[in-house]
Design a protein around this ligand. Structure first.
Ligand code: SF4
Length: 309
């Protein structure tokens, strides 16, 4: 870790406790849901957004960390050194998915700019902080996944990767058109409208964008939601259902969140799963018809997450 980075690490960010530790690697061979990528790239472990349905919690290093998901973030303090050493050789043409188990633009990123530093390495951008690391740019095929409009800070780096002959796409997640649902399932995330504005801005700035409804929680008006999605200018969408009973949920918002959605679905817990799936299927059919009528693509589940280039 450089002294400059160490000095910047705060003890808390986004309501979570922040620690730092060296990681064995920053690029990890992609497997499972991401198996069509070559690598996943995560600057942090843990995530202060702490979404109540987050599957990444299961990859926490301990049960204690799983139970406290959303309340801790660990900075991979040697991430810049690891990526710049090119242990994996050239990343030209390599499909990289950034943010498989953390959000690279969660609040700590504003202070630390670690995601940005990794993008600078991929883009071969000069960084006054790391002059000795200035190397040839890579030409990766990069997808960055986030729930934060803060990604807009780095549009220039996305474009630079494209100019260098690589590919870059930002996936921005929006899970509902209902802010009450969003606040209950994702209390620490930015509002949906801010994320949709970021997606529109990406399009306007010439950055490839995709809106991921992953998971789609609840839609109060699927037709109006489709119109709002299309109004961003984005023409790539991915959707997948919310898995109510997969593994253990994060404790902090689970009960409240499921109760709220049961109320929206006008059912009790006993039939929640069936009601939710019926709602999802209805919303999916409306969204698919409306989005595709406008020339947009709607992928679903693992197939939808296939590398776009
Ligand atoms: S933003 Fe992503 S990684 Fe973070 S808690 Fe939410 S789903 Fe998990």
């Amino acid at each position: 870790m450089t002294a400059a980075l160490a000095a910047q690490i705060p003890s808390r960010a986004g309501g979570a406790e922040v620690t730092s530790a060296p990681a064995r690697s920053v690029l990890t061979k992609a497997t499972g849901f991401m198996s069509e990528y070559d690598f996943t790239l995560n600057p942090y472990s843990g995530c202060s957004f702490g979404c109540s349905y987050c599957y990444a919690a299961f990859f926490s290093p301990s049960q204690e960390n799983r139970d406290a998901w959303g309340q801790w973030v660990r900075v991979k303090e040697n991430a810049v050194d690891l990526l710049s050493k090119r242990k994996h050789g050239s990343l030209d043409g390599k499909r990289i998915y950034m943010g498989s188990v953390t959000d690279p633009y969660q609040p700590i990123e504003r202070k630390l700019r670690l995601t940005r530093k990794l993008l600078e390495i991929l883009a071969g951008e000069p960084s006054p902080e790391y002059p000795r690391l200035l190397t040839e740019p890579h030409k990766p095929k990069l997808v960055v996944q986030t729930r934060s409009p803060d990604v807009a800070r780095d549009w220039g780096l996305f474009r630079r990767i494209e100019e260098n002959g690589g590919c870059a796409q930002v996936n921005i997640t929006v899970t509902t058109d209902d802010e009450e649902v969003r606040r209950t399932f994702e209390p620490s995330c930015p509002p949906n409208e801010a994320r949709l504005r970021a997606a529109a801005k990406a399009q306007a700035e010439g950055v490839a964008a995709c809106v991921t409804m992953t998971p789609l929680l609840w839609t109060s008006d699927p037709r109006a939601f489709a119109d709002r999605l299309l109004a961003t200018g984005v023409r790539k969408f991915i959707i997948q259902p919310f898995h109510y009973q997969r593994g253990k949920f994060v404790a902090s918002t689970r009960e409240k969140a499921v109760d709220l959605m049961a109320r929206k679905l006008d059912c009790d817990r006993a039939v929640f799963r069936e009601r939710y799936l019926a709602h999802y299927n209805e919303a999916y059919a409306v969204l698919k018809a409306k989005l595709e009528k406008d020339g947009a693509e709607l992928g679903e589940g693992k197939d939808g997450f296939k590398p776009p280039f």
